[in-house]
Design a protein around this ligand. Sequence first.
Ligand code: NAD
Length: 280
Amino acid sequence: MFKIKEISFLAPGVLQALIEAPLIAKKAEAGQFIIIRSTEKGERIPLTIADYDKAKGIISIVFQVLGKSTTQLAGLKAGDMLTDMLGPQGNPSEITHFGHVAVIGGGVGVAAAYPIIKSLKKAGNTIISIAGFRSSENIFWLDKLKEFSDILLASTNDGSYGQKGLVTDILKDLLDKNEKIDRVIAIGPAIMMKSAADLTKKYNLKITVSLNSLMVCGMGMCGACRVTVGGKTKFTCMDGPDFDGHLVDFKELMTRLDSYKNEEKICLEKWTLECADAAR
Ligand code: NAD
């Protein structure tokens, strides 16, 4: 059992939970994830470790309320226990001296980008952080990004904060202006990572993407998270989550991500009705 120390909203539908997990915090590195179940019969949810405090033995997760399991998770309070948690899973992100690194985070992906930004800065890189949100009300953690960024740029789709448009528009502007960038790292919606990969290809610039494929076991056995990278089948949980963005078959990834949308909707509706019945 793992105790929730704090849980709060960062933006509408987006929450941060601080969880007591000393052994996971001790081993955690940027880019890794955990798999949690909030109840005994609950679904296993993979979530990137958004921050960790090794001394205090605490990890931080940021999640979006989307279906039944994340709604259940959002209903927990400080002091409640998570049934189980597996991790840290996945390979840590490559942290080395690339030089000038542009790290792009889209929406909730900003939380997953944060530990990478922090570690790359500590490794001596010059960091250009680019964060994209739908609107100003969806913004979170810009202050945390700023602490480890040499340049911090932000966009909103509706122009209510920062540059109006998509996060990739900012990257394009920088590349068009010949800003020195040695490596791009993109984390967020699959379509955003595809767009960033297509863009960097034109500029012959390497890009690493952190994939968010569907995952069940997180240990390379079930195959749910399989993706095609460079024509070969890879498991996001064991071979990733980071991959060369120019080699990822994004079309397949996006099709697979949508596979259970209908079932997820039905599951949430059924559970909501059950909760309403139980409350009567
Ligand atoms: P969102 O739909 O609000 O989009 C966030 C931003 O991404 C937008 O503001 C825009 O700047 C950019 N974007 C969106 N569509 C784009 C396009 N077609 N081209 C270029 N840029 C585009 O995002 P959200 O609802 O917060 O969802 C975040 C996503 O990030 C989820 O799909 C989640 O699974 C993923 N995620 C991935 C990881 C990971 O480790 N890979 C971690 C956390 C979240």
